[in-house]
Design a binder for this molecule. Sequence first.
Ligand code: GLU
Length: 484
Amino acid sequence: MSVRVRFAPSPTGWLHVGGARTAYFNWLFARQRGGRFVVRIEDTDVERSTPESESGVLDDLRWLGLDWDEGPDVGGPEAPYRQSERLEIYRDRARALLDAGRAYPCFCTDAELEARRGQALAAGRPPHYDGHCRRLGAAEREAARGEGRPESVRFAVAAGDQVLHDGVRGEVRFPEGMVGDFVLLRSNGRPTYNFACVVDDAGMGITDVIRAEEHLSNTGRQLMLYGALGLPPPRFAHVPLILNRDRSKMSKRTGEIAVAVGDWRRAGFVPEALLSYLALLGFHPGDEREILSRAEMLEAFTLERVGRSGAVFDPDKLRWVNAHALHHASGADLAQWGAAFLPDAVRALPPPRLERVLEAVRGNLATLADLPSELAPLLGDAPTPEPDAAAAIASPQSRELCAALARELEPLADWSGNAFKSTLLSLGKRLGVKGRDLFQPVRAALTGRTHGPELPLVAELLGRGRCVARLRAAAGSPSTGGVE
Ligand code: GLU
């Protein structure tokens, strides 16, 4: 049977970095095996689910490049893929469990449940449901209905331990008595997470459930449900949590570090970096590599190499991975990722030129948010020199060099990076200046910085007019303008 995996977000907020990693692992698992990757929206919590959250989560997944084969937007053989549109299926399954005596109607009110929970805790007993309605006879049930009591469907938990053979954690035992009879359908007709999840994982033919460790205790309940429904459970793998520096769970609430994929995206991080960083939090490639591309992950990923303990999220490391991704990105990728960060004048450039400009500055980027400041020297008006650049053009020799270079560049027949370079080198030879003494003042004059893209490229991008004007300004003589 071919592999089917799923990512099942609850649309109650934005995509969390942990969710992104879970989605990535599922995607890798499916793509390695020619299987199917399904996205299912778990929106049965009507109060907290919103369409904006759903579209935000899907948009972040698309941005990460984690494409899915079946889902609410693309459809598929098991549609619908939103739980709120599958309520009839859950009611049907609940009816089957009621008929088989594996579930029963429960008429307890919230207030009654709360009071009995309190009593159990006070008496030192586990605060499980006490089985009150399991014992009702037909006449008592009818009477409760007659009173207009709320009616939910509760699972009759069977005796015995549950044993899970987890793809990451190995054997996990859920001892008998760990949970009380739990609700399958609420009195409003909506399923609980555990029930809907099992009905859908089974109904959608999911073969492997790869999800966060926080769901491990749910898996105990879910195994009981597979048993009661007479369905074979999928294989499970629970991946460890992502932690704050103090080893607390990195959650939406702690707020120490950005946990939303969208926050990193807006801060100028790129999908390749985020995916590589997140994957290696928890996955060990078996060698010293600290960055793995998607293609390398497709080669390397196995559940056996996912560790069992949580990993601390280190924003500085992510920044390093991001810088690496930017330094090695193609101009075309940078143009696509960086579109939202580009000044209008750059965005409007014809694509080949835009890509050259971006390749010229990529070596100085840590995030895409650095683009405007890195591009500024190549655009528009002359930038105010930074202090070290001002120092580099302060000496009379530097000024003379700039003035001489301006004079030689102005009448050049062709304007190109190469023509600029040979003019500069032969001028240097004549003046007896080379290396840093030659390049630094020119760079400072042209860009107002002492670091940046290679000079011939800078010259080519700036155009002759700006180069000559900036060199003259540095030399202290009035600009004659010039042609672009
Ligand atoms: N809707 C659940 C969540 O967002 C999915 C859990 C699961 O994968 O079964 O945590």
